[in-house]
Design a protein around this ligand. Sequence first.
Ligand SMILES: [Zn+2]
Length: 430
Amino acid sequence: MKLKAITPGWSSASAGLVLCATVLGAAASLPAAEREPIQALSRTPVALPADHPFRGTIALDVDARDVAHRIFVVHEKLPVQRAGATTLLYPRWEAASHGPSITVAELAGLDVSANGRSLPWRRDAIEPHAFHLEIPAGTQTMDVRFQVVADANRLSADVVAIAWQHLLLYPAGWYARNVAVVPSVLLPQGLKAFTSLDVSGTDDNWLQFGRVTLERLLDAPVLAGRYATRVPLAENGADAITFDLIATRADDLALPAERAGDLRRMVEQALVVFGTPPFGRYEVLARMSDEGASGGIEHRASAEIDIASSYFRDWAAQLNNRDIVAHEFVHAWNGLYRVPADLWAPTPSVPEGTSLLWMYEGQTEFWARVLAARAGLRSREETLDTLALDAAEVANRPGRAWRPLSDDVNYPSFMLHQSVPWRDWQRRKD
Ligand SMILES: [Zn+2]
């Protein structure tokens, strides 16, 4: 939208412009030559995150049964910390993308009430993920209800992917580690759920999880599927590491003994390299689909892995993707247990610094290659082939001539969800 600057002199000619003249009132007293517009945008302050205690626990209930409309229905009970002005935030930054990849456009039907009375909210004009409210004196708890419009990838009759950072509002003013949450989820009938969260109660298709900090919750997705299997990769008391596989068809679920052996050796090798795990229990949340896109998202005690339905059947074609699980597993130590200083952020609403992203991803990828080779996921020859592929790619990617790696680490702040048609020259995520 283009706005036309209006000079105060026009106001006498048209009643419709009186408002503009009022806004520019300060300028109107100046000599004619200086009557240029000045900005009159008012800002409502949003409390910055602070490291202090949050009283009480947020109850967060997610209903994932409306698969026909692909809508998550959310109900939160928030303990009120004090009466007066307060702000609720919808997350914007995601650990996985290192950028502002969450959009509040997917949130709909927001309704806030207390003691059965509706509380009007006002969206911040500058930060659309912030909702301002006035809490009446004496209010103990706020009821917050809304829906999140998902896509088939996150919500279908056979697969539900719960990414908590898309499914909650939280009060501005506290570090996420200071805010306690008790989450629960209602799933469609017949799905089996996997997560690193501890289940404290279950009834049919309802799962109640134990109390966690908001920080931990944001790093603990739930994956549920109709066709699912669970294969242990290591068992060492509480340090159990499990491969949880979800497929679109039961036939795809068979994990060949050879591949399970590769993954077990990879875990053994990782524990030898890094030592004591930074988790009590680890879940590889692997999901097969016919789209075949491979990728992963790292967490401290789990990994979300996307693989092709033919991943294990057509092992020869997976040369480049065989170290996906190893890569995300290494992140438990490199990137999550040890976090680059400026990458750590107290809430998902403030920016992350990415100056050490080359280390976060680069060192992880290095160890993933080593572990894959040592575990037998790739033979010696195949390992050398992948290195040759990398070398060839680098040699033919001239973007480094104008954009150094120290600038490329900034890609999440301006290249997320953007098309990069001239990849070799624009350079992205090298
Ligand atoms: Zn990574």
